[in-house]
Write a protein that binds this ligand. Structure first.
Ligand SMILES: O=C[C@H](O)COP(=O)(O)O
Length: 266
């Protein structure tokens, strides 16, 4: 049985997928099919160019708009970058920071990710900070040390009055979009325990209990309930399965069922 009930999050990260038409249709399919009650937060993170189109589709619905990245300055000579204010101007509420694809494919450093976390929070965005170890790090027994470092540096200097706008997503790099290696719900749970312990050290017990910690890595309709049913997993960050409205909605429904089951046993 879960020890507490935190708001469930179901976040779709479309990564660098869809055309403008597909983005519009996908958002429409999700809005039309959604029956999420208040205790489930649903967020869609389309590519930057499609934020306005998707934002239009989400207006008046229960689905929030999020971005996949942000630059840690409010404005200036930063060719090709997008500021927190621009995201807010497009009605974004959330932003993903420190996704493993940006850490490993685009070389983002811990210090840069920390600047993004603080700038986005200070600007008024809600931040989803991603952390996770590579397969090599896991096999080398370094998972806990890697997560400790990512959390300590990522959250360095974040003031406590901003913490209600922060959540953490655990995404083992080896389990993302990977047909060969999948994390089991038990592995995800065990690592969430490590993360919660580290959050307690950094933020104190009260904030650690308040903060939502999500799981991401090959979540799909068939396994979503097993992940969402784990004690300490408060939501899921979905890549591939968020690109089909029916699959994404099935995962949202798994979140609704898990939360209602928890409410009955609380
Ligand atoms: O942001 C989402 C994660 O990278 C998970 O992606 P995936 O569901 O395709 O494994």
């Amino acid at each position: 049985m879960k020890t507490e009930i935190r708001q469930k999050f179901i976040v779709g990260n479309w990564k660098m997928h869809t055309t403008s038409f597909e983005a519009q249709q996908l958002a429409k399919g999700i809005v039309d099919g959604l029956a999420a009650p208040d205790h489930v937060t649903v967020v869609l993170c389309p590519p930057f160019p499609y934020l306005p189109i998707v934002g239009d589709m989400l207006r008046g619905s229960r689905v929030a708009l999020g971005a996949q990245n942000v630059y840690p300055e409010t404005e200036g000579a930063f060719t090709g970058e997008v500021s927190p204010n621009m995201l807010l101007d497009l009605d974004c509420k959330y932003v993903i920071v420190g996704h493993s694809e940006r850490r490993h494919k685009l070389g983002e450093s811990e210090a840069f990710i920390n600047r993004k976390v603080k700038c986005a929070l200070d600007s008024g965005l809600d931040v989803i900070l991603c952390v996770g170890e590579t397969l090599e790090q896991r096999q080398g027994g370094r998972t806990e040390a890697v997560l400790d470092h990512q959390l300590s540096t990522g959250l360095d200097g974040v003031s406590s009055d901003m913490l209600s706008h922060l959540s953490v997503a655990y995404e083992p790099v080896w389990a993302i979009g990977n047909d060969e290696h999948h994390a089991t719900p038990q592995q995800a749970h065990d690592t969430h325990v490590l993360i919660r312990r580290k959050l307690t050290q950094i933020l104190g017990a009260t904030w650690s209990e308040e903060l939502s910690v999500h799981y991401g890595g090959s979540v799909e309709p068939g396994n979503a309930a097993a992940f969402l049913g784990q004690d300490g997993i408060d939501g899921v960050l979905i890549g591939g399965a968020s690109l089909k409205a029916d699959e994404f909605l099935a995962i949202v429904n798994a979140g609704i069922c898990e939360t209602e089951a928890e409410m009955q046993t609380a």
